[in-house]
Design a protein around this ligand. Sequence first.
Ligand SMILES: Nc1ncnc2c1ncn2[C@@H]1O[C@H](COP(=O)(O)OP(=O)(O)OP(=O)(O)O)[C@@H](O)[C@H]1O
Ligand SMILES: [Mg+2]
Length: 212
Amino acid sequence: MQGKFIVIEGPDGTGKTTQARELVQALTAAGRDVEHVREPGGCPSAERIRALLVEGEPGDLLNWTEALLMNAARHELVERVIRPALDAGRWVVCDRYYHSTLAYQGGGLGLDTGRLDALIEMATGGLEPDLLLAFSLSAEDALARARAREDEEKRFEAREDSYHARVRASYAQVLRDAAARGPVAEIDASGSPEAVRERVLHAVADQFKGAL
Ligand SMILES: Nc1ncnc2c1ncn2[C@@H]1O[C@H](COP(=O)(O)OP(=O)(O)OP(=O)(O)O)[C@@H](O)[C@H]1O
Ligand SMILES: [Mg+2]
């Protein structure tokens, strides 16, 4: 039997990484065999591409170079890890997927979405999530959480405010449009990590009866 592919998406600082960890734990505790991956990255070749993307200054890469590298990393992850795991009946929880490309490189950088769609199709072979958990949170709360986080991956965060506003607006649209392509559960990401965890587990149990 095929495994299930669950994607967590939403703007910076909404708590995706925190909740991906929680979800993997809950599924594992329920006896599922789970692969936990993130984008960009998730396997050695894609993590090397990630380093090119997240380190350094905003101007280090041309816009289409950024889009191409994102999708090169995605292709490595989909073909080397996600598809084989699903084919082996394992579950996959993925922190970000192609919706991020549409929001950041499409909405944020203004790249043509038709060409991005073609690139994404090439990278993923059309693989869609079995469930998309779409996180939403006010801009103020998301910014406060993102600021509280310590890491060295500042290339995206260093961009100007207008870029981040475009990404947020684009995310809202991309996540709304996603409902036409497959199951989407909107997750209110406000409140404590425990409260959000409950909403996530509820959505997953709802979509996959007997999973948890
Ligand atoms: N519900 C919550 N309430 C308060 N703080 C939270 C909550 N969830 C996560 N955090 C904290 O907020 C910060 C950002 O969370 P996290 O890294 O999970 O978000 P993210 O969506 O993965 O962000 P990014 O898109 O930048 O990777 C972290 O320091 C995390 O510990
Ligand atoms: Mg994260």
